[in-house]
Design a binder for this molecule. Structure first.
Ligand code: AMP
Length: 484
């Protein structure tokens, strides 16, 4: 597998608000970004468009750390876009925060991107050879540069479509340019993007519908795979710029990444997750006294498991909500310590009991073993791990941060080995078929690559000698090395 695409994973959330004449659009985007914070905790940004002039603010940090009243007050416009991002440590620079604002022949364009391209480095090198200078290490700058190059004799819509003909990978894009707010979903529809409408005529594009109630808008529909929507003069125009690709919405959005109160492609995330728990209970029953979850990501599936099995649901672990995701700690030692920082056992609830512990997923396998030990130390008689997604055996190249194959515990170990390594009394994962039944999407429309290795598109061969991100590559390599 190519080292290049192996090292760059961006998890992001995007939002765009169109509400001409309304004040405080930036504040709406700011609130929306709060509801998308789970999609990226590393940087945040907002760009506003007033009559084609774009002003923006972005920085490293959580949404509430990056923005304050004064900054929000300065961002005035008729439409605005916003972005939250999490990347691998090596790419963690303020320069890579989004939205990306670029200036082309006809004016300014602001772009926010969720997803990863798999041919960005090749395109970047080709463009660099032709004299294009890049200022960031992000894939999205390649898209912006392509649009700027294609705009010459084309409308902005035509330039975007032409540019997208050359890029491969996953993208949900929100763009503002001139008097337009534009949303695009890649031909496979890997990353989500939906549209909401308010009674006052405002229109919102968002990675997830959980932002809509806060903004007073209703979910009207999802952007289709291969569709571009252009919001202009209060109307939504649609262009199906690509047809016929295999629909491949990300299954990991349903099982872990998205918020349970979002709907994606017509499917409620809560329902999908709770069904995963129910099916898991049917596929892997075990006699026990109590079902607990690994909070918060395992909560919904654990309740589903308990309902289906008839074994009572209880609290076994208390989460400190003010500690970030254990996953994002820079090295293994910190990740291990941070499990304890984040979770504490409710001794009185678990002591002497046979416990079924439900989690959404096992990736590296670091977290789960620590928790089993904590439960056993607290006196749990048995601990049975039940996982509401199948074994993660292959890295994602399309916008979910999964590590290299070697670090995916299920890629190099049998289930018996993983069970032994975690110290659990038994281990059961939901099957791929079970998960797909739980999600309930039409057959063949879901990407299961991280669980099956069946990618929705051909991955490129290893790329040699990319000049483009040499500096950032080196950073990444250092971080990886320090982990060993
Ligand atoms: P581990 O097996 O130690 O790598 O941790 C897996 C846990 O991290 C899962 O239970 C999820 O709750 C969470 N997780 C899974 N995938 C991701 C991801 N891409 N980014 C952040 N957290 C994740």
């Amino acid at each position: 597998m190519t080292e290049m695409i192996d090292k760059f994973h961006d998890e992001c959330g995007v939002i765009g608000v169109y509400a001409p004449g309304k004040e405080d659009i930036a504040r709406g985007v700011y609130f929306g970004l709060h509801s998308l914070q789970h999609r990226g905790q590393e940087s945040a940004g907002i760009a506003v468009n007033r009559g084609g002039k774009i002003s923006y603010y972005k920085d490293m940090g959580l949404v509430q750390e990056v923005f304050n009243d004064e900054i929000i007050g300065r961002l005035q416009g008729d439409m605005a876009i916003g972005h939250v991002r999490y990347s691998t440590a090596g790419e963690s620079h303020a320069v890579n925060a989004m939205p990306l604002v670029a200036y082309y022949r006809g004016g300014a364009i602001a772009l926010a991107h969720n997803g990863n391209l798999i041919n960005a480095d090749t395109l970047r090198c080709e463009m660099q050879d032709a004299g294009v200078i890049f200022q960031t290490g992000i894939d999205s700058e390649v898209i912006a540069a392509l649009i700027a190059r294609n705009i010459k004799d084309n409308t902005i819509e035509e330039a975007i479509v032409k540019s997208l003909e050359t890029v491969k990978g996953a993208y949900a894009l929100v763009i503002t340019v001139g008097n337009k707010l534009i949303g695009v979903r890649d031909p496979n529809g890997i990353r989500p993007l939906c549209i909401g409408r308010g009674e006052d005529g405002s229109l919102v594009l968002s990675s997830e519908s959980c932002v809509f109630p806060l903004l007073g808008v209703e979910l009207i529909r999802d952007v289709d795979a291969g569709e571009m929507v252009i919001i202009e003069d209060g109307e939504i125009k649609s262009i199906q710029y690509h047809k016929g690709a295999r629909k491949a919405m990300c299954s990991f959005e349903y099982v872990y990444f998205a918020r349970p109160d979002s709907r994606m492609d017509g499917i409620g995330v809560y329902t999908a997750r709770s069904e995963c728990g129910r099916i898991l209970a049917r596929e892997h029953p075990v006699a026990a006294d109590m079902v607990i979850s690994v909070p918060d990501s395992g909560n919904v599936a654990a309740i589903g498991y308990a309902e289906e099995s008839g074994i009572p649901y209880g609290e076994g672990l208390i989460k400190n909500r003010y500690v970030g995701r254990t996953f994002i700690q820079p090295n293994q030692r910190m990740r291990e310590l941070s499990v304890k920082l984040k979770l504490n056992v409710l001794k009185g609830n678990v002591a002497g009991k046979r416990i079924i512990m439900v989690d959404d997923s096992i990736v590296r396998g670091t977290t789960i073993g620590k928790i089993v030990k904590m439960l056993k130390d607290a006196g749990a008689k048995e601990v049975h791990i039940r996982v509401a997604s199948p074994p993660v055996i292959a890295p994602c190249f399309f916008g979910i941060d999964t590590p290299n194959k070697e670090k995916l515990v299920a890629s190099g170990h049998t289930l018996e080995e993983i069970c032994r390594m975690t110290g659990a009394d038994s281990l059961g994962y939901i099957s791929v078929e079970g998960m797909l039944t739980a999600i309930g999407a039409p057959e063949g429309t879901i990407c299961t690559a991280c669980f099956t290795g069946d990618y929705p598109m051909k991955l490129p061969e290893p790329e040699v000698g990319s000049g483009g991100r040499a500096e950032l590559e080196t950073d990444s390599v250092d971080v990886e090395k320090r982990e060993e």
